[in-house]
Design a protein around this ligand. Structure first.
Ligand SMILES: Nc1nc2c(ncn2[C@@H]2O[C@H](COP(=O)(O)OP(=O)(O)OP(=O)(O)O)[C@@H](O)[C@H]2O)c(=O)[nH]1
Ligand SMILES: [K+]
Ligand SMILES: [Mg+2]
Length: 445
């Protein structure tokens, strides 16, 4: 469909494609030239294509392996483009072990590498790289926004966008060619390429916007990072436990309890939020505590939001430096009569009673959502895409600004931009990166 290469693989691959055992049902998937032979041998005869058929499965020495469903997907109209099959079996560890070892005993049949099914699908032109990556992301998606983003990529939205841009580049080059061919004829105005450069300007604006959207959307992949910092005993670990809804960190009245960074992951409005508890900041004498405090400073510096926690009964200023993100001043221990409610603070809470915690969580959620924006258009979902988009844009800019260059050279910059976009989708020259991309998949996909 998208690639015109058709690859022929000698091996038939198989893997357990469903989750961890034991499970109610386990699905073993096969793909390759010997799929028909394997099915015929194991269940004597072939089922109707693409129809779930209930059968008994036997080993070659006629031992009953299991009873279950088999579905046969003849190539090329299958996921990988090859003959494929699925066996739906009872999800017991011994059942699956026995079945897999039976499959291994067939000539040219072997366990699939991670991502090998999808890689075959890509090689057989069933999908482009952005779709393949979207599928991997879909399987890895843990939050609602990650799911939506991945599903867009898996549905080919990005692919369509980049193909469209490549077409624009192709048209621009065609117009330049035409201008070169007719340069000496007086009736073709030199303004053809003026129009080309205006179009190319417009294209760089769209690529820039797409890149900016991608930067915002990276929050869905990388998450929002929140650091809790403050003086010892301010109640940082108590706050972490409140946010996590469980006892993650040790709480005690002893100042200097927390030494290491303790991180929990929350799902706030579909966005992964990583909250880190840190060592209380003070002039420490112990070596270990000093290391902990240095880590606290580092984490605060790189966080998107620093929750600077202060004990309202015992206010103490903590100095932070090189902070990249926002600092929110949080007053703690509002449940105590001695709490000073006069100080200017962003939020007041009790990490012991839980008062004010919901408001704080809401504020973090809103901050994350505002930072992420809305997912409506196609977005570049990976650093790989972003890097190639940057490179393509630079090629176009070189062409636009190269007024002192020959038209041929300027057209060559546009050709490179198109090639670079082609590397995102895998339509051009990508053999060198396929191993890296597909090894990130899980086995059975
Ligand atoms: N009354 C009251 N006590 C609190 C509150 N938050 C924390 N505490 C108490 O304050 C003490 C210190 O709490 P921690 O959560 O360990 O404080 P921390 O900031 O993590 O301390 P270090 O890890 O030592 O820096 C404990 O005795 C907590 O029970 C609060 O909101 N109200
Ligand atoms: K403490
Ligand atoms: Mg602590």
């Amino acid at each position: 469909m998208m690639n015109d290469m058709q690859s022929v693989f000698r091996d038939t691959i198989f893997a357990l494609s469903s989750g961890r055992l034991p499970s109610g049902v386990a699905v073993i998937r096969l793909s390759g030239p010997d799929v028909r032979f394997v099915i015929e041998t194991i269940m004597s005869g072939m089922p109707e294509p693409r129809k779930a058929t209930y059968r008994s499965f036997h080993s070659r020495d006629s031992e009953l392996l299991d009873r279950g469903l088999v579905i046969y997907f003849p190539g090329p109209g299958s996921f990988t483009g090859e003959d494929c099959a699925e066996f739906h079996l009872h999800g017991g560890a011994a059942v699956i072990d026995r079945f897999l070892s039976e499959l291994s005993s067939f000539k040219n049949c072997r366990i699939a590498e991670p991502g090998e099914f999808t890689r075959r699908a890509f090689s057989n032109g069933k999908m482009d790289l952005t779709v393949a990556e979207g599928l991997a992301d879909l399987i890895a998606a843990e939050t609602e926004s990650q799911r939506r983003l991945a599903l867009q990529a898996a549905s080919g939205v990005q692919h369509g966008l980049y193909m469209g841009w490549r077409k624009e580049l192709l048209q621009a080059r065609a117009l330049i060619e035409a201008e070169l061919d007719f340069a000496d004829e007086s009736d073709v105005p030199g303004s053809v390429s003026q129009q080309v450069w205006r179009n190319m300007d417009d294209l760089t604006v769209r690529i820039d916007k797409h890149l900016a959207d991608g930067k915002r959307a990276s929050i869905f992949r990388d998450g929002l990072h929140v650091a809790i910092v403050g003086a010892p005993n301010a109640g940082k670990s108590s706050l972490l436990n409140q946010l996590a809804g469980r006892e993650v960190a040790i709480i005690s009245e002893e100042a200097g309890t927390t030494r290491d960074l303790i991180e929990v992951k929350l799902d706030l409005g579909g966005i992964p939020v990583f909250v880190t508890d840190t060592a209380g900041i003070r002039e420490a004498s112990s070596v270990v505590e000093k290391i902990g405090i240095a880590r606290a400073h580092e984490r605060a510096a790189s966080a998107d939001v620093v929750l600077l926690l202060e004990d309202m009964c015992d206010p103490e200023q903590v100095a932070l430096s090189d902070i990249e993100g926002e600092i929110w001043r949080i007053g703690n221990k509002m449940d105590l009569p001695g709490a000073d409610m006069q100080t200017a603070l962003d939020y007041r809470i009790s990490a012991r009673s839980g008062e004010g915690i919901d408001e704080l969580i809401d504020a973090i959620r809103q901050f994350a959502e505002a930072k992420a924006g809305t997912i409506s258009d196609a977005l570049p979902t990976r650093r790989r895409h972003m890097n190639l988009l940057e490179a393509a844009k630079l090629n176009i800019v070189e062409a636009i600004e190269g007024e002192s260059l020959s038209l041929e050279l300027r057209a060559e910059h546009l050709r490179r931009a198109s090639q670079t976009l082609g590397r995102i989708t895998g339509d051009v020259d990508v053999e060198d990166i396929l191993d890296v991309i597909f090894s990130q998949f899980c086995i059975g996909k």
